[in-house]
Design a protein around this ligand. Structure first.
Ligand code: FEO
Length: 414
């Protein structure tokens, strides 16, 4: 039975691990369904290990590695990406195989030294043990070879992928990855894709989304390759329908949206929430079916980002807190500003008790964004009046009309 490693093809082994212990990826993003750290091993004429795993899983990783090697040493450790969820077990591997040659690019070397101070570690020297590869350069593994393509900022500056031209196999590091541990199924034809879709969108929007223009550069660079299998460092291995994950990444990088509205409110005493409900009702009556309301104090930023990325309409409403935005809404707005999302339609509203402030901040955010703006707005003082609720409905109606006008030409489906 394939417990320790899974053969993905002749001489190629999947030796990734699942992490269902870590609660927050990068100590920020919830991992309700866990995550996999994928690693691959080649055992042909030469042996090559492609990426390692986070340090907390090095024990089971070493078991899998040793089983697949079957007593052979490792010739090369190829580092596609230096974030510690993949580089964390490098020194463990170096301890076991001190003669190994690490393969990376110029920037990989800088990260290696900054994170792990390898120069002199267990006899390691960059002159003797490091093979620097440039964009388009090949590495022979004896009976096959890999070609490297630099994909900067997908996800870090040193990120690169490798391609086995003879088989069409792409080792894509974070690109085409997903949250979610691999529960028995390793390959795309063994999973229910719907089961992984939300976690894939959340992974993209939380981790890679900010770098969408670089993702598009990478997709364009890889487009001429005849890709038949994609082996990412997170999530399923795409051996049957790699086009599906490529299409999803293209859609996400292009910031294609579905018809629907995400309303996020910050409310201390329930007044701003009532206004959100009124806007949602107006949208529903006008025929907008995908309407989601979130309490910014309760729903994690991770899920808010994923849904906001996905749906065309965004309505932000905040109570005023100490003459400023409600702090959890401030965090959301700051994050959205950093994400540089496009292709959205935004409406804002607020409430206050004496001096105001939240609506002004939300309006400033909307003005600085490149979203289409809903002109109707409303700011309630204390409990919303009937006039305030009518203004909420007007906001919802205007948003609905703007979204309906985009039907049949601007929307995508995930
Ligand atoms: Fe999965 Fe950017 O590390």
């Amino acid at each position: 039975m394939e417990y320790l490693s899974v053969e993905i093809d002749k001489n190629w082994h999947y030796i990734g691990v699942n992490d269902r212990e870590t609660r927050l990826f990068e100590n920020m993003w919830p991992l309700e369904n866990g995550v996999s750290y994928n690693s691959y091993l080649y055992t042909g004429e030469k042996t090559a290990l492609l990426d390692t795993v986070k340090i907390n899983k090095s024990g089971v990783f070493v078991e899998k590695l040793e089983a697949a090697l079957n007593g052979r040493p490792i010739d090369y450790l190829i580092i596609h990406h230096m974030e510690p969820d993949h580089s964390g077990s490098i020194t463990t591997v170096l301890d076991m195989y001190p003669d190994i040659k690490i393969v990376g690019n110029k920037k990989t070397k800088e990260f290696l030294e900054n994170y792990y101070q390898l120069d002199g570690y267990n006899g390691f020297s960059y002159d003797k043990n490091f093979v620097e590869v440039a964009d388009g350069e090949k590495l022979s593994l004896g009976d096959t070879e890999l070609t490297f393509y630099l994909t900067p900022m997908v996800h870090w500056p040193e990120s690169m992928v490798s391609f086995e031209e003879s088989t069409g196999r792409l080792f894509s590091q974070d690109a085409f990855g997903a949250f979610g541990s691999l529960s028995g199924a390793i390959f795309d034809d063994e999973i229910n894709w719907e089961f992984y879709l939300d976690d894939t969108i959340r992974y993209y929007t939380n981790i890679i989304g900010k770098f969408s223009s670089q993702v598009k550069n990478a997709l364009n660079k890889l487009a001429p390759l005849d890709i038949k299998m994609i082996c990412p460092v997170h999530g399923p291995v795409w051996r049957t329908n790699p086009g599906r994950i490529v299409k999803l990444y293209q859609t996400l990088a292009d910031q294609g949206t579905e018809e629907g509205v995400v309303i996020v409110y910050g409310s201390m005493y329930g007044n701003t929430e009532k206004m959100a409900e009124t806007i949602a009702r107006a949208l529903a009556v006008r025929g907008i079916k995908n309407v989601k309301i979130y309490d910014v104090s309760k729903t994690h930023l991770s899920y808010l980002l994923a849904d906001i990325w996905r749906y065309e309409g965004l309505v932000l409403g905040s109570c005023t807190y100490n003459n400023a935005l409600f702090p959890p809404m401030d965090t959301l707005v700051t994050t959205l500003g950093n994400q540089k999302m496009k292709n959205h339609t935004i409406g804002v509203f607020g409430s206050y008790s004496w001096g105001g402030g939240a609506l002004r901040k939300l309006q400033a955010f909307a003005e600085n964004s490149c979203y289409d703006k809903v002109e109707n707005t409303v700011e309630a003082k204390g409990t919303p009046s009937m006039e305030d609720f009518e203004k909420c409905a007007a906001l919802g109606n205007e948003m609905a009309d703007m979204l309906i006008a985009k039907r049949d030409k601007d929307y995508v489906s995930f």
